[in-house]
Structure formats: C-alpha cells, structure tokens
Design a protein around this ligand. Structure first.
Ligand SMILES: Nc1ncnc2c1ncn2[C@@H]1O[C@H](COP(=O)(O)OP(=O)(O)OP(=O)(O)O)[C@@H](O)[C@H]1O
Length: 583
C-alpha cells in the first residue's frame, strides 16, 4: 500500500518556535503581577491623602506617604522596563529562530511561482509583523488584562453602584471599538491590497522608464497606476470616515465616563455612603482597569496584521516543509541521465515537456535545439532543479537531484539563464555567487574562462567595482560574460547554458566555446539550449525538441543530416503535391 507522508503543519512549527522561549514568560507574568499591584499605589495614596491627611491635618503622615509612593513608583517603573525589555528580546529571538526558515520557504515558493522578489519580501514582511507584535505594548496588555476584573472588583468594593457604572462604561467602549474594527476590517484589507498593487506597478514602471518613455507609454502607465491608487484611496477614505466617527464617540464617551463616575461618587458622598477619598480613588481605579483594554484596542490593527501574517506564514511553511538534509554525497561523476521527464511550469498543470529521455556522457556537450516555445528553457530549469520533475528522473552520477543538499547541488551546477541578473555587490562577489570573501584566484580564473577578465580590468575599480556603480555602463554582452564567469565558478560538474550566444560578439562566442571545451576536458557535462548554430559547434550530441517532446536525439551530425533529409523529403512531397495539384 502506498504511504503518503503526513502534510506538514506550518502553524505548529511556528508555535513550537514561539514556545521555545516560554520560560522567559514566567518572569514577565510575575513582574506584570507586581506592576499591576503597584498600580494600586495611586488610588491608595489618594484615599489616604483625602481621608487621613486632610482629616488629621498631619504633615508628617503626608511626608511619610509621599516618600513611600516615590519608592513604589520607582519600583513599578523599573519592573515595567524590565518586562518590556524581556519581551523585546523574546521577539528578536523569535525572528532569529524563524528567519532562515521563512527566507528559504519564500524563496522556494517564489522560484516556483516565478515571483521570487514578491514572495520573499512578503514572507519576511509577515515575519516582521509577528515579531513586532511580540515586542509591542499591545502584547504586554495581554498580561495586564487579567487585572481588569480585579480592579473593577475593587471599585465594586468601594460601592456597587460605582462598579456598575465602570463596568457598563467599559463595556460600551469595548463594544464600540469591536464594532469599529469589524466594520473597517474589509476596507482596510482592500486598501492594503490595492496599495501594494499600486506600489508594485510603480516599482516596475520606474525600472522600465526607458521603454515607457521611448514607446510613448507614459500616459497609459500613469492611467493604470492611478486606477490602482484610486481604488486603494477609496477604501482608505471609507475606513477613515468610519474610524473617525468611532474615535470621536469613544473620546467623548471616555471623558463623560470619568465625570459620570465622579458624579455618582459625589452623589454617594452626599448620601454619606462613600468618603471623598474613595470617590477619587475609584475614579482612578476605573482608569487603571480600562488601561489594558485601551492599549489592546489602540494596538488592535497591529494584532490583526500579526494574526493575518501568522496565518499566511503558517500556510507558507505548510506548503514548503523543512528539507531534511540528505546524506552528504561526494562530488558526482558528470554523467547526466534523463528518463521520461515530464515538467509542467509551476502553478500550471499543462506539461510543457513530456516523456523526454536522453543522456550526456562524461566530458561531452549536448545541444538542445527546437523552435520557440519547444520547451528548451523548461528543460534548462528542470536540469538545475528550479522546476520539479512531474514524472521521470534526472540523475547526475547515478543520484537523483533531490539526493543532494540544495546548496551543494547549486555549487555543482553552473547556469547561465537567458536573461542574466547581477546582484548588488562587487563584480568579484557576483562571479563568486555572492560569497563574502571570494577566492581571488578562482574568480579571475572564471573571468578569464569567460573572456571577461580584460573587460573587468577596464572598469574603474576592476573586480572591486560595485554593480550599483556600473549602472547602465555594462552592455548586454558584458553582463552575459560576467554571468558566464559566475556559471563557471568554481568548477561545475554540469554546465547549463540557456541561449548563451544571444548577446555575445564573435570574441565572446569563441570564449564561450573555449570555456565549454575546458569544462569538457575536466570531465564535466554541458547542456546548451540554442537557436544559433555557432553555439552547438562544441556539442557531440544533439537533442531536438518540438512541442515539448523529443523529435530526435543522437550524435550531432547524424541528427542534423536526418533533419536535412527529412526537410528535403518534406519539401519534395510538398512540391510534388503542388505539381499534382496543378496537373
Ligand atoms: N512560467 C511559465 N508558466 C506557464 N507556461 C510557461 C512558463 N514558462 C514557459 N511556459 C510555456 O512553456 C512552453 C515552453 O517554453 P520554453 O520557454 O521552455 O520554450 P523555449 O523552447 O525555451 O522557447 P524560446 O526559444 O523562445 O526561449 C511555452 O509554451 C511557454 O508558453
């Protein structure tokens, strides 16, 4: 019977990471208890001043009480500070524990959706939102909240009527806030979504400014951006209008509630059911009781954002379970075998490569040719393990790709994509795949192999030139040569080149052929996706793809002859058909 692995529970993983530091919550809870007890200092002081000091007119008692409260308030401040510092550290630790995992999961999901940048920033932003809440005052309010009923009970002890006024007032305030949050939730989410969309548009437009201006697309792009922004603005205004109404009500009602407490207290004093001290103390006590509620209500958007982020992160981690580190394998032999490979672009279920089998023996190169859309880039992405095989296998030196640790596999593969993107950093770091301290000898060797050495020396700071400083000064061919040097660093077992000649001049093409020869002579395997014949001059074998399927595979010249023969016979049949038609 087939055993399906249990789906990974991302929410559980996040909770486990959160609970690692739970021991630190014990001192926070204890400090919170003491801080809340010390909150009674103010009301008790009022009670003593009004009912004892004013009645006895004793300056000595007032001084003693005053010294005592200075000490108590200081103690409260120190404990409050300590607990908030502990929470800050807890939140930083949570981020430390989770960031590598979230980064990797977002990158994997991004690679599969073709939107690396959006997925990664989304995941990291969500982790930020969760981390910010852990260190925020709103999180502290959860520790203070259990004291709200205790403070309210104290007000009841002063007089039940005051207790009822405080409880009812608090309930109305909380009710109004909950209503506000419920009514504004959808517009706020809509506004955030549309705002992010507008931002994405402006980011893309600003990097493509040249094309937009040259092709007269300014008006059209502005109109599109404006539509997205107007949508965000409409939702923001709707949510803002609603919130403003609620906040005016809640501010007014809070002031009214304080006066109502005093009025009720004064009425009870007049009826000799309460002392003036208790009247003031109960009013302060109500303020204390409602403080955590206030804090929670004020910080609710943050709580809500963290809740949403938590749910998204849990989904992300569930979809991208942690990769169990496979047993480390030695450097494999450069023997590539592909059997019955089926690949569908991520997020689709239409296979763009079906039943493709071929092999690349040690020290040889394979040319992959075919018309546009035949599946050449799809094959390249499958070979570098960026797109998973839906069926069939890819083996290097006998081991399937998933038997290698991802970073180890990455170091074994050299890949030159159709469109080379360089990253912020020096040229040397870019060639060394962003290593912090690149090995200069290997970097120069890779650059020489890609015929990029002289060109790099011609830059203002040579290998130490930052890519950001060269903005616009590198030509397509120069970028492609640096990309080729990166692919050749340090010494790949398998080199995958996707349309490597597209931007290269004759010198670049010759350097490329030399680099291919060098990889082959070291026993490496090379796969070249190509349109132009110059690119396949170094290939021993040829694979012809058409509509995602293998049309031909074998020694290069034999395959080419077959193709020429086939096209000649197609031409003959076609011409004969035409003649027949005429006759
Ligand atoms: N990310 C993607 N999502 C959905 N379909 C895709 C994706 N990338 C490619 N395809 C589809 O897969 C098919 C093969 O595309 P592929 O890029 O592999 O072709 P190719 O042979 O490399 O073409 P070219 O020579 O023009 O680069 C095409 O029909 C294309 O529309």
């Amino acid at each position: 019977m087939t055993q399906f692995p249990l789906p990974h529970d991302g929410a559980k993983e996040m909770k486990l990471a959160r609970d690692v530091g739970w021991r630190l919550l014990v001192p926070v809870a204890i400090f919170s208890m003491v801080v809340n007890l010390l909150m009674l200092t103010g009301p008790l002081f009022m009670l003593q001043v009004y009912d004892r000091v004013l009645a006895s007119r004793s300056v000595a008692t007032l001084t003693a009480l005053f010294v005592l409260i200075i000490f108590l308030f200081l103690l409260m401040g120190v404990l409050d500070l300590i607990r908030s510092r502990v929470m800050q550290r807890l939140s930083a630790r949570y981020q430390d524990r989770m960031e590598a995992r979230v980064f990797n999961a977002s990158l994997r999901e991004g690679a599969l959706s073709g939107q690396e940048a959006a997925a990664t920033t989304g995941g990291m932003r969500d982790l930020d939102a969760v981390q910010r809440l852990i260190g925020a005052p709103a999180a502290m309010a959860f520790f203070d909240l259990p004291w709200t009923p205790i403070f309210l009970a104290c007000v009841y002890v002063f007089h039940p009527l005051l207790g009822v006024v405080a409880t009812a007032g608090g309930a109305i305030l909380v009710g109004a806030t909950i209503l506000n949050r419920v009514l504004t939730r959808d517009p706020l989410r809509g506004s955030a979504r549309a705002g992010a969309e507008a931002q994405r548009m402006i980011d893309l437009y600003s990097t493509e400014g040249e094309v937009i201006s040259a092709l007269g697309m300014r008006g059209a792009t502005f109109a599109r951006w404006r539509r997205a922004r107007a949508e965000a603005q409409a939702d923001t205004v709707r949510a803002g209008d609603m919130s403003a109404g609620f906040s005016v009500f809640s501010r007014g009602f809070r002031l009214f509630l304080q006066s109502a407490m005093l009025a009720a207290g004064a009425w009870l004093v007049l009826r000799h059911e309460l002392t003036p001290g208790a009247m003031i103390a109960s009013s302060i006590m109500m303020g204390r009781a409602l403080a955590p509620v206030d804090q929670l209500v004020g910080g609710w958007p943050m709580v809500q954002a963290a809740q949403d982020s938590w749910a998204r992160l849990a989904g992300l981690l569930s979809r991208n379970p942690p990769e169990a580190a496979p047993t480390a394998l030695p450097r494999p032999e450069a023997r590539l075998e592909v059997t019955n490979l089926l690949v569908a672009p991520p997020g689709t279920n239409v296979a763009t490569l079906r039943g493709v089998s071929f092999s690349i023996p040690l020290g040889t190169a394979l040319g992959v040719i075919g018309p546009s859309g035949a599946g050449k880039s799809t094959l390249a992405r499958a070979l570098i393990n960026a797109w998973p095989a839906g069926a069939g296998t890819i083996r290097i030196g006998g081991a399937t790709l998933n038997q290698f640790q991802p970073d180890v596999l990455g170091a074994l593969i050299g890949y030159l994509p159709q469109q080379v993107t360089l990253f912020d950093g020096t040229i040397a770091q870019n060639i060394a795949r962003l290593a912090e301290a690149p090995d200069p000898e290997r970097v120069v060797a890779a650059a020489r192999a890609a015929a990029a050495h002289q060109m790099i020396l011609g830059l203002p700071q040579g290998y130490d030139t930052r890519i950001s400083q060269t903005a616009g000064r590198l030509s397509g061919g120069q970028i492609q040569r640096i990309g080729l040097a990166r692919a050749l660093y340090p010494d790949p077992v398998l080199l995958v080149l996707d349309e490597p000649n597209s931007n290269l001049d004759n010198e670049g093409s010759e350097a490329l052929n030399q680099a291919i020869r060098a990889v082959k002579s070291r026993g490496g395997a090379v796969a070249i996706m190509a349109h132009r014949p110059a690119a396949i001059s170094e290939c021993e074998n040829l694979l012809v793809l058409e509509q995602g399927q293998r049309r031909a595979f074998g020694p290069r010249d034999q395959v080419l002859q077959e193709m020429v023969k086939n096209s000649a016979s197609i031409l003959r049949t076609h011409t004969a058909g035409q003649k027949g038609g005429v006759a």
